[in-house]
Every structure is written in C-alpha cells, then in structure tokens.
Design a protein around this ligand. Sequence first.
Ligand SMILES: Cc1cc2nc3c(=O)[nH]c(=O)nc-3n(C[C@H](O)[C@H](O)[C@H](O)COP(=O)(O)OP(=O)(O)OC[C@H]3O[C@@H](n4cnc5c(N)ncnc54)[C@H](O)[C@@H]3O)c2cc1C
Length: 547
Amino acid sequence: MSTPRIVIVGGVAGGASAATRARRMNEQAEIVIFEKGAEVSFANCGLPYYIGGQIRQRGRLLLATPEYFRQTFGIQVFTRHEVTRIDRAGHAVEVVDLETGRSRQERYDKLILAPGAAPVLPPWTGADSLNVFVLRDVPDSDRIKAWIDQRGPRRAVIVGAGYIGLEMAEVLRGRGLEVSLVEQASRVMPLFDEVMSREIRRVLEASGVAVHCGVGVEGLSCRDGLVEGVRLADGTLLEADMVVVAAGVRPMTRLAAEAGLAIGAGGAIAVDAHGRTSDPDIYAVGDAAEVVHAVLGRPMRVPLAGPANRNGRLAGQHAATGSSRPATPVLGTSIVGFFGHAAGMTGLSLEAARAAGRDASCSFAIRGHHVGYYPGAENMVLMLVYERGTRKVLGAQAVGGAGVDKRIDVIATAMHLGGTIDDLAGLDLAYAPQFGAAKDPVHIAAFGAQNQEDGLIEQLLPGDPRIAGQLVDVRTPAEHAAGTLPGAVNIPLACVRERLGELDRSRPVCVFCGVGQRSYNAARILSQHGFRTVYNLAGGYTLHRPG
Ligand SMILES: Cc1cc2nc3c(=O)[nH]c(=O)nc-3n(C[C@H](O)[C@H](O)[C@H](O)COP(=O)(O)OP(=O)(O)OC[C@H]3O[C@@H](n4cnc5c(N)ncnc54)[C@H](O)[C@@H]3O)c2cc1C
C-alpha cells in the first residue's frame, strides 16, 4: 500500500468523513486536516437547538476533538489554521496559523477541499452591527445565545424563510421573542410548491410568526452602532432588537478558483463521480462542490449534510487507495422541524419539474400519520409529483406532524430505485394502528396519481381558472356551514345520486370535500351518470380554502 500524504481543507462534515475513511482504507497514509475554525467535526445541524436550549451542553455539539482524531485515527488536526493558497505545480498548500499569523507550505500528494459554504450577508450598512447574526458555526451560535441571554431582546427579524430561517423562527419564539420572517421570494420555503408552502405559512402564522413574503430588505436602521429596525422594499419598517440573516449560502470556491480548478455552472467546484476536480490530485466535497441531481441528471449545488458526508467518505477512500465506488446522484431529500411540525421534500417540486421540461402532474394525500381511530393521529399533507406517460415518481413534499420523515424517506427510496407511481401503490409497508394505515398516505397519493393517469378523474389545483361554474361541496351540511368556497352548493356525498337533477350535465362540474376523497367518489358517480366534464379539487377545502 502506498503512503500518500493526504491534506484536507476543512474538518467538519465532508472533511472529517474523508479523513476517517481514508484512514480506514490506508493505515500507512499520512492524513492532515487544516481547519480555520476553533472546532472540528461539530454538529452544524444542531446549532439552532443549542440556542433554543433543547441541547443544553455546548460540548454535545462537538462530535470529535483534534485529540480524538489523533488518538483514534492517527490523523493530525490543526485548528485555527487557514489554507490560503494551492500551489498545484509544487503539490503544496500555503497554510496560515491564525494564532501566530505565520504561514508555511505543506506538501500534499492528494488534496481534499471541504471548505463548505459561507452564509450570504448582503452589504447593508449596519450589517456588521453586534446584533446582526448569521448562523454557520459554533461561535455564531455562541454569539446569538449570549445576545439573547444577556440583552433580553424582545423583537427579532429573520431574513430568509428557508430551512435555517424556519428553525430559528421556532427557536426565537421559544425564547419568548416576537418574530418577523422576511422572504424575498413570493413564498416561504421557495423550493416547495406554492400549495405546500401555504401550509407551512399557516403553521408559522398560527405560531405567532409575522410573515412577509415577496418583499426584499432595503436596508437596516441603526442607532448607536446597533440595528433597531429592518426596512423592507415596500416601505415597511420592522422594529428589531436582533436580526438573523438566513438568506442562503455561497460555496467557498475561492481557493479552487484561484488555483485554476474548474467551477461548474451552478457556482460550485466541478467534480467527477469520485470527487476529483479538474486536477486529478485534488478532490472537492460537501457544500463547496457540485453533485449530480438524480432526476435532472446534471451537476448542481445541493448544500446538505448527507451528500457532504457520503461523498466525503468516497473521496477519502479514493485519495487513500486510488479507487472507490462512484458517488450516487442525489435527490436533495431534506426535512425541517418547526413548531411541532415538519416539512420534508425529495426530488423535484411540480414547478421545478415543469420548468425542467417534464410533463409532470401531482396527487395528494391528506391523512393522519396513522389510522384515525387510534388516538394521537397527526395530520399531514403529502404531495406526490410524477411524470405523465412514464409514470415515474419525480418528487414528493410533505407538511404535517409526525410521520412526514417516514413518507419522504419511503418515496426517496422508491425514487432511488427508479420507481413509478405503480411501484408506490404496491409497496408492502409495515402497518399496525399506532404506526400507519393499511392504506398509507404514500399509497393514497399513488392511487390518486394512478386514477388520474388511468383517466378516472381529473383534478384541479388551487388557482386553476377552470374552478368556476357548478361548484359542489359534497361534505356534510355542518361542514359546509362552517366554511366553504364562494358560490358552492352543498350536496352531501350520500345525496349525490338522488340530487343529480339539480346539476346541469352540459356544463363542467367541480366537486370538492375536505381533502379530496369524498369528492373523488362523487366525481365517479357523476362521470358514470353522463356528466362529461367533472373536476375534483385536489386536496379539497384544505388546500383551496382562502387565506
Ligand atoms: C444551522 C445549520 C443547520 C443545518 N441543518 C441541516 C440539516 O438539518 N440537515 C442537513 O442535511 N443539512 C443541514 N445543514 C447543512 C450542513 O451542515 C452542510 O451541508 C454540511 O455541513 C456541509 O459540509 P461541508 O463539509 O461541506 O462544510 P462544513 O461542515 O461547513 O465544514 C467546512 C469547514 O471548512 C472550514 N474551512 C473553510 N475554508 C477553510 C480554509 N481555507 N482553511 C481551513 N478551513 C477552512 C470551515 O471553517 C468549516 O468549519 C445545516 C447547516 C447549518 C449552518
């Protein structure tokens, strides 16, 4: 076995995985990690919960210490050491000891770049104030926690309604702050489809978060060196005792770009299936590098912990031995918890699928995470995205309480194996009353997709201009009285056959119920009684209700 000197830049998700796998594959290799922060291998994903107090001890965030790497793996770790330049011709990097300011050259045979991504902080005047925060590493979380503990802020503005924005909204509400959430895109969690994003927004607003979408931040209002307000482009001034900017991340590509390594179209370092950059002795993994999207089939940025850890492991092996399995394309499977709810997704949204030129459609299941007769069922909205014709599953999103993770992971697994809606409909899933249902939400969504593809039903999504004319609410009179869609007549499902005469067969009929299931039955009745154009409102009143 050869004895390469493997130098790794960045010692957290991708870098630590690469280092330990390299050691397990090659006992003789010399492995060195340079990490510019004070910690290695810390739990980025746990940072919000340290601020929130769910994780009480700071030390719990530190998954491994330099000492542990040395003793257990024989890996040298230099913290507070920043790699500032790559000399490709000389196979060396320039490293600055941030404590002493001294720089030195370090030779490598193989170099693995795992520098991650940096939070985007727009150049607002006042963005460097003590009460403006980003959240990327442990010192960031220390600063936010200390500000809350010591200054007792009352009002927070969070800029960016993505994963970290939502987590911080929950954490800051939990710490007693009034929270405003500002999102420049037209909706919260913009990777989700509009209809699902609305469900997320409902939870946020019901939890006391003031949501401002479709409006950017114009600037910060400062006094005495501190921010006291956030000015929005529409003229709104949000008072703030602290501001958290969670407006996305930018891949750390400077080192690679200055060394002449290829950067992909999405702005991250271009790599092959083994993590090799355009220089075969230099690898790149994690948030700084591209991955191949499993549905789109092209390289892109997917800044998530899973790909960073898995691809770090593969690159570490390749650097240590010269071979490894190729990286598996990723689906971008992700989940966020907020206010006792979860929002998860895998693959493409309907909007993204159509933007990519796919003839995509979708179906919904709105159900409990287990059967309703067993106490404790928590509702979820599951949206399944598939390709018409091929019936291939393209993606899924779910918002709800318990069980969101399970459905997203089941569908991600099916997608990984190239599954269709028919595969999902036939999945043999575990069931007992406290765990699920004999017809799981995954099955229900797949059945709905099959019914559409087989021509049994046609559904309309919220906002579809065809939602007009004969709008029929097939719920009970009590449900109808509690709130319905404008212009809807109430013909409960049990009465549809006897009241067919009240409807005009020559005009389209739109039926709806609470979630789309009773109305599916009503639509089948109507279709089989000569109504030529019958639409079911997807997700029923739940998804179509105003607000
Ligand atoms: C608050 C938060 C919550 C998150 N939650 C989730 C989640 O729930 N699920 C999920 O999938 N993902 C989550 N992520 C994303 C996930 O943490 C990242 O995708 C993952 O850590 C990327 O791994 P990486 O190795 O590329 O980068 P990082 O883990 O960020 O590590 C990069 C390291 O490189 C160091 N470095 C950079 N440049 C240099 C240099 N020149 N010299 C030396 N060292 C350098 C940095 O200091 C940093 O420590 C979260 C991220 C954050 C910030």
